[in-house]
Write a new protein. Structure first.
Length: 307
């Protein structure tokens, strides 16, 4: 290679490096004033008497995330949110150089615990990290409207705390109803993960049908956790059908929720190239509730993709 060609190659490499660095810096600048640690966010929230705004995002690939950033999070009016909330970003970019290994591990843990199904997902949580509001996606709201709406959600926290106070001075069915009111501000499965003590009290009281409601939710959460464990290892397809039958018999989850969990896990296995295991999960899902919307779709999926 001539000296000129070597020089041009070096310049090209340097340009590429600088471009990637500036991209990473731009991302850091965008999240200036945000923390990237859940534990640090809780400490700051407790110290400053604030709640936490958590954004699950895919900063370098998700179009709605980018739109939210451009139209809301980067606008001056968004800075007023800091009066009420500690800001926490939980990023899952395609370019893993934009996040540390610790951040990647934190994202996997928290996205599972918070039952994140897509990004952007915004949670509001108290200083203990317990969520009290959730919203997914971005519908194009103007920054001032989005900010006003998110700041008004502090009222939800006040209502939750009032319900907890009511529960503290109540007994029996009234106590169970107040606890249910307090933790119903979030998805039931998220409530099991973050309000376990309240769920256990409701189960002990077993009043007004609430005990069975939460017992069913806990069985489904247990099923999903064990399903993730079962399908996270190298699968022996010959055994998986019997293993799934045994798991369903052991945990006795809600049929609709278990079917969706199997269906979703099958999609991931299919995307990862494990078609035999994906097929086994679809067959098991279809058996749970053949007449549901998902149950009726599965035979066609099997015909189209698993011939």
């Amino acid at each position: 290679m001539s000296l000129m060609n070597k020089t041009l190659a070096m310049l090209a490499a340097a340009t590429l490096l600088l471009s990637s660095i500036s991209s990473a810096v731009a991302d850091d600048d965008h999240y200036k004033g945000w923390t990237r640690s859940f534990e640090e966010a809780k400490e700051l929230a407790a110290k400053e008497g604030k709640a936490i705004l958590m954004e699950f995002t895919g900063s370098d690939w998700c179009p709605p995330c980018k739109a939210l950033h451009k139209n809301v999070l980067s606008q001056e009016v968004f800075q007023t949110v800091k009066e009420d909330y500690i800001l926490l970003v939980l990023d899952n970019p395609r370019d893993k150089s934009l996040v540390t290994p610790a951040e990647q591990e934190q994202y996997q843990e928290l996205s599972s615990k918070f039952q994140v199904r897509g990004v952007p997902s915004v949670f509001l949580a108290d200083s203990k990290g317990r969520p009290f509001h959730f919203q997914s996606g971005y519908s194009g709201q103007k920054a001032d409207q989005w900010v006003a709406d998110i700041r008004s959600k502090k009222e939800t926290l006040e209502k939750r705390d009032a319900a907890f106070e009511k529960a503290a001075s109540s007994e029996g069915a009234d106590k169970a109803k107040a606890l249910d009111e307090a933790i119903s501000v979030v998805d039931a499965k998220v409530a099991v993960a973050f309000y376990g003590d309240s769920v256990e009290q409701i189960l002990e009281l077993d009043a007004a049908g609430l005990g069975e409601k939460y017992a069913a939710i806990k069985r489904t959460v247990d099923f999903e956790a064990k399903l993730a464990e079962l399908t996270g290892n190298k699968l022996e397809v010959e055994k998986i059908s019997s293993q799934l039958d045994a798991l369903i018999e052991e945990t006795k989850p809600d049929a609709a929720a278990a079917q969706m969990a199997l269906f979703t896990r099958s999609q991931r296995l299919f995307g990862g190239g494990n078609k035999p295991a994906a097929k086994a999960l679809l067959v098991a899902a279809q058996k749970l509730d053949p007449e549901s919307r998902v149950g009726k779709q599965i035979p066609q999926i099997l015909e189209n993709f698993f011939k």
